[in-house]
Design a protein around this ligand. Structure first.
Ligand SMILES: Nc1ncnc2c1ncn2[C@@H]1O[C@H](COP(=O)(O)OP(=O)(O)OP(=O)(O)O)[C@@H](O)[C@H]1O
Ligand SMILES: [Mg+2]
Length: 274
């Protein structure tokens, strides 16, 4: 894998349909990039039903909700997962109020988060499924978006809906797509092509294919073990596919380093019409 460069690249991981593999992919891509020498922060931004901590088999003391209190800083909440800069920022589960933060509270939260973001090469924001306004806002704030789909028609139509909402309401036109839980890589490519065709025809948007990940029993096994796939089954088929996606992310960050360097890690002002 090529060596990462020294800019922070933020990636929002999102999907229309739930349960397509966002959290597992975000976690294992973060592991892959860390192995390649990058400093990576995984942020659980599924503020309704946070569960990245469960996949890691840890019970963090503090989470995003604590950051809403004065005096608590982002560094107090960040947990080290692996030595050498693989860190985790947990969210609160079962706290739906976080979805309805008013703008002042959100500004305060993001200004605290910005203090730590710059220390990393990559920032993964694991979002909840669907088109909730906070999810759409955070997805639009990130430099890049990884849209996860599966070959199921429902996942594709919901994925299309995400592209439509983000483009029409927030002016976002760039999407990196990963097809997960595919039977063959040909099926993964065909899944992408179907989505790409609809995005081009109805929204005039060109989406990018970042690879596909085979459906692999090693993934649910890793979930049950609460040990990330790249640790529990590093040679599994899904792990190899995730490494290939991570390598594409590194290449993207190098190829676009000049552009990324000019962008805020999380953009606060973006066009919004609804
Ligand atoms: N490549 C794969 N092969 C087999 N099973 C998979 C694969 N990817 C994900 N899964 C399974 O799909 C389920 C959902 O995964 P995950 O929690 O990562 O999805 P999610 O998109 O984050 O869900 P949510 O929308 O609820 O946040 C898990 O039980 C996981 O084991
Ligand atoms: Mg999830």
């Amino acid at each position: 894998m090529p060596q990462p460069t020294k800019t922070t690249m933020s990636l929002a991981v999102l999907s229309g349909k739930g349960g397509v593999g966002k959290t597992n992919l975000a976690l294992n891509m973060a592991f892959a990039l860390h192995r390649a020498g990058a400093k990576v922060l995984i942020m659980d931004f599924d503020v309704g039903l946070a569960n990245m901590d469960v996949l890691l088999g840890i019970a963090p003391e503090k989470n995003l909700q604590d950051l809403l209190q004065s005096g608590v800083q982002a560094k107090d909440v960040v947990v080290a997962i692996e030595p050498g800069g693989l860190d985790f920022l947990p969210a609160a589960s079962g706290v739906p109020e976080l979805l309805d933060m008013d703008e002042d509270v959100k500004d305060m939260l993001f200004s605290k988060l910005n203090h730590v973001f710059g220390e990393y090469d990559f920032l993964f924001l694991d979002l909840g499924a669907g088109i909730n306004p906070l999810v759409m806002q955070v997805a639009a704030m990130a430099m890049t978006r990884l849209l996860i789909v599966t070959p199921e028609p429902t996942s594709l139509t919901d994925g299309y809906a995400v592209v439509k909402v983000l483009s029409s309401q927030r002016g976002v036109r760039d999407f990196l797509v990963v097809a997960n839980q595919v039977t063959t890589h040909a099926e993964g490519k065909a899944t992408f092509e179907r989505l790409a065709l609809a995005c081009k025809k109805f929204l005039d948007i060109d989406i990018d294919f970042f690879g596909s990940v085979l459906s692999d029993p090693a993934v649910p096994r890793a979930v049950r073990l609460q040990v990330p796939l790249l640790k529990s089954a590093p040679t599994s088929r899904a792990a190899k596919d995730i490494l290939a996606v991570a390598a594409r992310i590194v290449r993207f960050s190098r190829d676009n380093a000049d552009i990324l360097r000019e962008l805020p890690i999380l953009k606060n002002n973006f066009p919004q019409s609804s």
